[in-house]
Design a protein around this ligand. Sequence first.
Ligand code: F6P
Length: 361
Amino acid sequence: VRRIGVLTGGGDCPGLNAVIRAVVKTAVKNYRLSVVGFENGFGGLIQNRSRELTLNEVAGILPRGGTILGTTNRDNPFHYSMLIKGQRVFRDVSDRVIENINIQEIDALIVIGGDGSLSIARELCETKGLPVVGVPKTIDNDLSATDQTFGFDTALNTATEALDKLHTTAESHHRVMVLEVMGRYAGWIAIEAGIAGGADVILIPEIPYSIEKVYEKIYERRDHGKLFSIVVVAEGAKTAGGELVVQRTVEDSFEPIRLGGIGNLVAKQIEEETGMESRVTVLGHLQRGGTPTAFDRILATRYGAGAVELVMAGKYGEMVCLRTPKIESVPLAEAVGEMRLVPVDGDLVRTARQIGISFGD
Ligand code: F6P
């Protein structure tokens, strides 16, 4: 191996730059490899848009949020959207990816991405023989093959800080404050931020809720002289009827993120029923931005270094993962598509219940 490529795909996430930096440092300092960064995810690989990643190029990026390479949710080489004579068509351009890899004389590709990008990486590896190694990324923390994805800890801290701030204003105004957080189909950010930020109610997709139980909790607090309440709602929360309260998926993107769907609904219902002033905060993409926490910087660095070691060991089609306390690897085939949800009877939920937090069930 003399030259490796790297790209970041899917939604951005704090710690991406820390991974890129660790890949370059490990590759250059230990193995004297050269590194090429493809721009804007698989789009850069399809269009051969890239740049050399030298030690200089990655200097100072460790604490920076986002990704210096750019990213996108689009541009799947097996289903690539093109405009031909004004018509939108989808084509398989995966051969072009292989051509560009050959033109650049790249021996292995490191894909830093979530479920979507890692699925593409796996397909390129299995059907086109591309030597690929994956690095798991998502603030949602919903990949079953690893104990934790990088980016989650930063999102969690952002949500916790938001709850601390909401607490003081909620208490002063005797209001119910509803905080809607991200997490897609999983409630990790909601439950952990809710516990860390002292929430009274946490609504997560894993535990369908009934709004009446939410009112009950607020009344119970009021009866004990607590004239404010804090409610954390995961964007994917659903009612006990099993139905999602708000229409979720629009072209694989989450509608509530743009519209603040479920948070607004819950706050409105609470105000109408209890007569207590309620306000909603939709934290949205604040959870994806900014500087990574120390934990995420360390995890991302370990993943980056680990990915280069996988390349050097010829372990293609694998993804680095955290099996606390070690960085190990799993086949991409096992890693993608396996969602890790909050265990309903698990420790976290139990602890939350023990201290009186309601899940609205
Ligand atoms: O998967 C990460 C995530 O931030 C989810 O928590 C959220 O549902 C989604 O991406 C938002 O996607 P977009 O940035 O495309 O609106």
